[in-house]
Design a protein around this ligand. Structure first.
Ligand code: MG
Ligand code: MG
Length: 266
């Protein structure tokens, strides 16, 4: 069942989503070649707890960490580890928090140092597909308008769309109805109404669309081991224009100050 949120509830989800945004900015301040993803996880957990909230993922169905950190061929749900990031990597960092009983959820794919032109294009297209999807998240449209727009844009650019993992409603639960696929047919599916809060999160592959799960029971990587990118915003459906509850602004401000280590891809 889809639960439509009141304005008061949406403001609480915004508060959680902005804390996610600021946590990802904290990650952006630390991210560079040679840093371990485990260190980034610790930075994020401390930051979230210092702000009176709980990590939204830690303990969720047994997930053991604050962040999902997914480098290169890892699509989503990667475990932070002692492995160091290196120049030329891309790494998706997905973060959730729980504050005042409501979740926020957002993800950003970082470039580590200088990356290839092909990877820059993958990041640009994935990010742009998210923004185009968000433009469709207005009352009167259908869920398929979001899904179909993302798919068409990514595929026209020569990339592929992961099917096995999708966006979702969120609120008092991290994952609520409806599912928000990144593929589909415009005009089909649930009619969008004001108060629907969803996470839109295209996962776009450089190679084939197929994915496999690693033996740890979480990590999802591409079958062909080619890179994958992932950007996610939590948004509220409104009349005329979607209300983006999370933000990449803090991340990008942090990256500007951390120019030698990671670049903004636009
Ligand atoms: Mg997420
Ligand atoms: Mg999500």
């Amino acid at each position: 069942m889809v639960h439509y949120k009141t304005n008061e509830e949406i403001e609480l989800i915004r508060e959680s989503s902005l804390l996610v945004a600021k946590t990802l900015a904290e990650v952006a301040r630390h991210i560079k070649p040679g840093i371990t993803t485990q260190h980034l996880d610790q930075v994020a957990e401390t930051f979230i707890r210092d702000h009176g909230a709980s990590p939204g993922f830690k303990g969720y169905h047994g997930f053991p960490y604050t962040l999902c950190i997914s480098p290169n061929e890892v699509v989503v749900h990667g475990f932070p580890s002692k492995k160091e990031l290196k120049e030329g990597d891309i790494v998706s960092v997905d973060c959730g928090v729980l504050k005042n009983g409501f979740y926020g959820d957002s993800a950003y794919t970082f470039a580590i140092g200088e990356i290839s032109e092909t990877l820059k294009r993958l990041l640009k297209v994935t990010h742009a597909s998210l923004l185009l999807g968000i433009e469709q998240a207005v009352e009167g449209n259908s869920l398929g308008d979001i899904s179909g727009t993302i798919q068409q844009y990514a595929e026209k650019a020569g990339f592929t769309v992961v099917r096995e993992l999708v966006g979702h409603g969120l609120g008092r639960n991290l994952h609520e109805a409806p599912e928000v696929p990144n593929f589909g047919t415009k005009g089909k599916g649930l009619k969008l109404k004001e108060g629907l809060v969803i996470a839109i999160e295209p996962m776009i592959n450089l190679g084939q669309r197929f994915v496999v799960q690693e033996n740890d029971g979480w990590t999802i990587r591409t079958s062909d081991r080619k890179p994958s990118a992932h950007f996610e915003h939590s948004i509220a459906v409104r009349k005329g224009k979607a209300d983006v509850l999370s933000s990449f602004q803090y991340i990008e401000e942090a990256l500007k100050k951390n120019q030698n280590n990671s670049i903004i891809i636009r």
